[in-house]
Design a protein around this ligand. Structure first.
Ligand SMILES: C[S@@+](CC[C@H](N)C(=O)[O-])C[C@H]1O[C@@H](n2cnc3c(N)ncnc32)[C@H](O)[C@@H]1O
Length: 214
């Protein structure tokens, strides 16, 4: 089956891409030059109003996605966005009272790897042929290599940045020959690609996101 033959994971319900670019977990849109870029569809699994931090610190930070979406199970057709940006939470420990975890979310200690791999796989599914996927990761808790070997495709290139050199930005490119839904990945064969159809009955997100009791 060619990439261009795919209609969508949930063929009855999947929608066309609303914009050319998808930010699959936009958070506070901090790395965007234009936080209201009209070409970008911003999604996240939560909304957070302004004023989340004590003493009016960072008063304008907020999470206001265009749509609430779980990146492991997206309602969009396959091959529909020209670019997808994927910057999931990267920490598995700490308190949700800390500023960094409030801003970025925490991974679930038990399911983090499957959650991120599922998210990447969905980003790959909705990415158009000849589209670019940007994946950002920080190695504070987990080495990037541990994840990349589980992804259905390998990056074109990537490099470390940031004050501590622990943040890596990676670039992936989808071709006609890239792995597609329902077919085994020729690269690593470790991820089943077609498993996140909308309304598949999966449990709600297990990720810890915004819980002041923790
Ligand atoms: C590292 S932050 C993104 C920061 C963002 N790139 C920025 O520039 O501000 C990760 C985001 O992933 C979101 N997230 C966590 N689990 C998610 C899921 N299952 N589906 C969608 N978004 C999720 C969190 O709510 C959080 O806002």
């Amino acid at each position: 089956m060619a990439n261009s033959d795919i209609i969508g994971a949930g063929q009855d319900t999947a929608r066309r891409a609303p914009k050319k670019i998808l930010d699959a977990c936009c958070g506070g849109r901090m790395f965007w030059w234009n936080k209201s870029n009209p070409d970008v569809w911003f999604t996240d699994c939560r909304s957070v109003p302004k004023g989340a931090f004590a003493n009016n610190w960072n008063p304008n930070w907020c999470v206001t996605p265009d749509e609430i979406v779980d990146f492991r199970n997206m309602p969009y057709q396959s091959n529909s966005f020209n670019m997808v940006v994927f910057d999931p939470p990267h920490l598995t420990s700490g308190s949700m009272k800390s500023v960094i975890n409030k801003k970025y979310g925490l991974l679930n200690k038990q399911t983090w790897k499957q959650d991120v791999v599922d998210g990447f796989t969905e980003c790959w599914r909705v990415l158009a042929v000849h589209g670019v996927l940007i994946f950002k990761w920080n190695e504070a808790n987990i080495k990037a290599k541990e994840l990349i070997r589980e992804f259905p495709v390998e990056p074109l290139f990537g490099d470390f940045t940031g004050k501590t050199g622990a943040t890596i930005w990676m670039t992936f490119f989808k071709t006609e020959e890239s792995p597609v839904l329902g077919e085994e990945s020729p690269a690593q064969n470790t991820v089943e690609i077609c498993h996140t159809a909308p309304n598949s009955g999966r449990d709600a997100m297990p990720l810890t996101l915004w819980n002041d009791d923790k």
